[in-house]
Design a protein around this ligand. Structure first.
Ligand code: CMP
Length: 165
């Protein structure tokens, strides 16, 4: 390399590529999470996050927003034949949500443990849903059930530049 402008551009470009690669590698164990309207209404965002962080998950992206009906319908489209679909959509737009990307070793499995069973009546003591959920519908949190779904769900709400590992 002779220090010419072309070489400096190449060097900078490869350093950007290497940072991007590192970021993608460290985000290989991620999941998507929602703090639902029943929890934001009761000011429980910090309490939920304390459970997630206390168990070793890192919040690498987070934003609070009001879902539109179209967004809620599209996000839960997999459930559209279920009898509870309409109520689920109405509930998810009944107040603000906090959407998040969480990172950690075995993140999907770990988050399932931290959340507890979908129905709080069946959740283990100490889990988010046992402590905070009001019902099977108002169950405080959603978490991706697989890495594959996590990637799709993350792409639904976040651009790559918003995820900072
Ligand atoms: P979540 O993990 O967000 O994925 C789908 C949601 O549908 C689930 O959490 C519950 O909140 C909701 N759900 C699942 N089963 C029922 C049910 N039988 N009645 C009402 N809501 C349900």
């Amino acid at each position: 390399m002779d220090g010419s402008r072309g070489d400096r551009y190449k060097a900078r470009d490869s350093s950007i590529q290497s940072r991007k690669r590192k970021r993608t590698q460290c985000l290989s164990n991620v999941l998507f999470s929602i703090i639902k309207p029943d929890a934001t209404r009761r000011n429980l965002t910090g309490a939920v996050n304390a459970k997630l962080e206390g168990a070793g998950l890192r919040i690498v992206a987070q934003k609070r927003l009001q879902l539109t009906e179209a967004q809620a319908k599209a996000f839960y489209a997999v459930h559209k034949e279920r009898p509870f679909y309409g109520e689920l959509v109405s509930f998810m737009i009944s107040g603000p949500v906090v959407v998040q990307v969480l990172e950690g070793q075995n993140a999907v499995a770990k988050n399932r443990e931290i959340m507890g069973a979908t129905n709080p009546a069946n959740a283990e003591p100490g889990t988010i849903r046992k402590e905070f959920a009001e019902s099977i519908e108002a169950n405080s949190v959603h978490g991706s059930d697989s890495l594959e779904n996590a990637k799709n769900e993350i792409a639904f709400f976040f651009s790559e530049s918003e995820i900072v590992g």
